[in-house]
Write a protein that binds this ligand. Structure first.
Ligand code: SF4
Length: 313
């Protein structure tokens, strides 16, 4: 049977939209994009909150995805999900993990080479950026849709890099197989009705199973994190509900983070849906109290509060 490649299925308009948004396509279904903090970090203007929370240097981080497609359509997503729905990904001729890693690293080098001549560039940081230490498998789309995610993670590790995988939790069977350095699960609702409303999808049971898988991953030595994106007026009124789901997964950390009024999410939500840092901090403290976690760190710039499992938890 003739196999369809994803890029062959993307219209020139979609490819142009992605390129305009700064995505650099790699192979048929992967992408890499330098984040705002990589640029700041190369100029010595600070690190993203992952630097503060987990010690990641932004200029040494490759932000990529092996699947530009997603099986959810979250209201708060700043990516152009309307044009990248999962139904389009059928019968794909998948690229190999090695070719994806090679392509992303090559593209990242090309991207940072442009900083060489700039007066504002921190040359030490630029030198470090030539040998990236970290892959954030979290950019656009859902990485667990790529069938060789386990091998992709291993490929990065073979090259001396650590990995963060961020998942929407819809594929617990994939999470069972992978062993990244850090595994994030996005949790944005406390019950099925709200989940359907926010995500436009029907995977609530899978997400609850993924929470149970997260608990086992923690026992295997993977650093586990639940990320809650708070949308004012939508999902910030049930701290007890989040706490009981947090207890199910018992992750090392919980990130309680404000929705940001950015990108394509502005077509779906109002600016008022972006909570203040104060509001996030208050809600995070309620979740911490109910779940038996403690507030560990916070970044006001990114409006995020980090909760850590209490000792012995
Ligand atoms: S799961 Fe992530 S990538 Fe997919 S629509 Fe939701 S926020 Fe966007």
């Amino acid at each position: 049977m003739q196999r369809k490649s994803v890029n062959a299925g993307l219209s020139p308009d979609i490819i142009a939209t992605l390129k305009r948004q700064g995505y650099h396509l790699v192979g048929k279904h992967s992408a890499v994009k330098p984040c705002l903090w990589l640029k700041k970090s190369l100029r010595g203007e600070g690190l993203c909150y992952k630097g503060l929370f987990y010690g990641i240097k932004s200029h040494c981080c490759v932000q990529m995805t092996p699947s530009i497609f997603c099986n959810q359509r979250c209201l708060h997503c700043w990516r152009p999900i309307e044009i990248l729905n999962f139904e389009d990904v059928t019968d794909v001729e998948w690229d190999t993990p090695a070719s994806i890693v090679d392509g992303c690293l090559r593209e990242q080098q090309r991207l940072i080479s442009g900083y060489k001549g700039a007066k504002t560039t921190d040359l030490k940081a630029l030198d470090e950026a030539r040998a990236p230490k970290h892959a954030a498998i979290s950019l656009i789309g859902e990485p667990t849709l790529y069938p060789h995610l386990k091998e992709l993670v291993e490929e990065f590790h073979k090259r001396g890099m650590t990995t963060f995988v961020v998942t929407n939790g819809t594929k617990p069977e994939v999470l069972r197989r992978i062993t990244p350095t850090q595994l994030y699960l996005s949790l944005n609702a406390t019950h099925e009705g709200l989940y359907r409303k926010i995500s436009g999808a029907d995977f609530w049971e899978e997400i609850k199973e993924s929470l149970r898988v997260l608990r086992r991953k923690d026992e295997e030595g993977v650093r586990t994190v639940i990320r809650i994106t708070c949308v004012e007026g939508l999902n910030m009124d049930d701290a007890e509900g989040y706490a009981s789901l947090v207890k199910l997964a018992a992750p090392a950390f919980v990130e309680v983070k404000a929705y940001m009024y950015l990108g394509f999410s502005r077509l779906r939500l109002h600016r008022d849906a972006m909570p203040s840092h104060e509001s996030v901090r208050r809600f995070a403290a309620e979740i911490a109290e109910a779940a038996g976690y403690k507030v560990a760190k916070e970044s006001e710039t990114s409006r995020v509060v980090l909760l850590a499992r209490a000792l012995g938890g």
